[in-house]
Design a protein around this ligand. Structure first.
Ligand code: DON
Length: 320
């Protein structure tokens, strides 16, 4: 097949070139799993195999690729913050959502309490723990876990997403820092609703069991302006998708978002369960699973594989 060109942008590689790049990215990622460590502050996560690695891709024509552990279920963890943000935008709109949370990178760890205590009343952004918890507090009275689970299943095109009970109980038992964040928000008068109900719903959302394929589908919907290109279903407003992608780009990998932006340049969101979800051009969704993490809580294999894919396929947003 010959290379296709979109006027005014970098050439789109052929399907064969895409497949070859994914194969290489898988090998490169798998080789670095040895350099990371699985999360253990939630004891259940420590049971993951640090050598696991899988990549899945889904494009706008329904063409998919999968390598390695692409069907292994793992807890979504912080990738759920994108779903929480999308749900909040959908049910409350832009203005109300951003009356509860700011849109600035924090430059701190995902579970940091520092700036929330010293610099502002509102959490810095919806993709750190404080911001996600704040948005969940605005929903916990009106919406149930099942409501958000249903939305997650649609976005991920995966009706089998369910609650991983063991991870949920482990989060519940070890979640004192998140409780501290929740009560700090309450003490500042910004938390809405009941703190225990809020934190419980947040733990459940982080414990949804997904696969790299589910994350690729989520990435595809985001890269396709909120429309599932397979079913034609309109799941998120285009204007909200722009906001979500902007926040993923600037805040999606926590205090490593700047490096990911430079080296990869694709809106992404990571989770300490080892998941990484990316919304690339094409449209193309990429889901990665590698539970061995770097010091920032991002999948070492996932990040390395994305660096390769970005270079090989000209995925960097400033390449086109
Ligand atoms: O609240 C927590 O700490 C976890 N449930 C989620 C954190 C997370 O995934 C951060 N990711 N890189």
């Amino acid at each position: 097949m010959t290379e296709k060109t979109i006027p005014g942008s970098a050439p789109l590689p052929s399907r064969e070139a895409v497949e070859q790049a994914f194969r290489e990215a898988y090998e490169i990622g798998r080789a670095v799993t040895i350099t990371g460590k699985v999360a253990d502050y939630i004891p259940e996560l420590a049971k993951a195999n640090p050598r696991d690695f899988g990549i899945a891709m889904l494009d706008g024509e329904g063409h998919s690729l999968a390598f390695g552990d692409a069907d292994t279920r793992f807890s979504i963890q912080s990738v759920c913050k994108v779903i929480i943000l999308a749900f909040s935008l959908k049910v409350k709109g832009f203005r109300e959502t951003f009356s509860h949370v700011m849109m600035e990178p924090s430059g701190d760890a995902f579970n940091s309490i520092l700036k929330l205590d010293t610099r502002s009343n509102l959490p810095f952004n919806p993709l750190i723990n404080a911001g996600a918890i704040q948005l969940v507090s605005t929903m916990a009275e009106r919406f149930s876990f099942e409501d958000l689970l249903g939305f997650a299943r649609e976005l991920c095109m995966d009706p089998e997403i369910c609650l991983n009970e063991a991870v949920y109980h482990s989060e519940f038992d070890s979640g004192d820092r998140n409780r501290a964040i929740t009560y700090l928000l309450k003490s500042k008068g910004v938390l809405r609703g009941d703190p225990e109900k809020t934190v419980d719903l947040y733990f459940k959302l982080c414990s949804m069991a997904v696969t790299a394929r589910s994350l690729a589908s989520l990435g595809l919907v985001i890269s396709n302006d909120g429309v599932n290109p397979i079913s034609g279903e309109h799941l998120i407003d285009r204007e909200y998708v722009r906001t979500i992608k902007s926040l993923m780009f600037t805040c999606g990998l926590y205090d490593s978002s700047g490096r990911f932006g430079v080296m990869v340049g694709v809106p992404g969101k990571s989770g300490v369960g080892g998941g990484l979800m990316c919304a690339a051009r094409g449209p193309m969704g990429i889901g990665l699973y590698g539970p061995a993490l770097d010091e920032f809580g991002n999948s070492v294999a996932g990040v390395k594989a994305m660096e390769h894919l970005s270079r090989r396929l000209n995925l960097h947003v400033f390449d086109y």
